[in-house]
Design a protein. Structure first.
Length: 163
């Protein structure tokens, strides 16, 4: 059995989109999806991309992926990696693929001098939380993710703001 983790290539756009759809199904977030393969390809493979993806292959078959981008910690004074998505197809779980994807990101952080890897996890996803803790991650109970999107985003963007 062989595991290969490689940087995504433009020819992977349809595969990446399929993996994103599978992740949305797993997380019961299909209603949130409006991405297209073209939008994914444009973001990942622009001349100066701001989004990156690693593909995990098990014996040549696509088994999972990690999508990430750089963030910045003003407290630490340097960049870090924000892991937007990590997903291993159910039939490939339990083989160390998720751990290998996370280790690749950790190595990238260390090699580039980045401060940390961060991500969010749904509070109901006990298997993922247990996995993250098993690799030494801290689940940040004192922090809440805030999101401005959809109608609220448009309403706020168009509102007059006077101090």
């Amino acid at each position: 059995m062989s595991l290969v983790i490689r940087a995504a290539q433009p020819a992977d756009a349809t595969l990446i989109f399929a993996l994103v759809c599978e992740l949305a199904d797993y997380e019961n977030l299909q209603a949130e999806m409006d991405a297209t393969p073209e939008a994914i390809a444009e973001a990942l493979f622009a001349p100066q991309p701001r989004l990156f993806c690693d593909i995990a292959e098990w014996n040549g078959e696509a088994a999972g992926f990690a999508v990430w981008f750089l963030n910045f910690s003003t407290f630490r004074g340097r960049h870090g990696i924000y892991l937007e998505d990590i997903f291993v197809r159910p039939e490939f779980r339990g083989r160390g693929i998720g751990k290998a994807l996370m280790a690749r990101l950790a190595r990238r952080c260390v090699e580039q001098g980045y401060a940390r890897v961060e991500w969010a996890v749904l509070d109901w996803n006990a298997p993922s939380i247990a996995f993250y803790r098993s690799i030494g991650a801290t689940v940040m109970h004192n922090w809440k993710i805030c999101r401005l999107t959809g109608k609220a985003l448009h309403d706020f963007a168009g509102a007059e703001h006077v101090s």
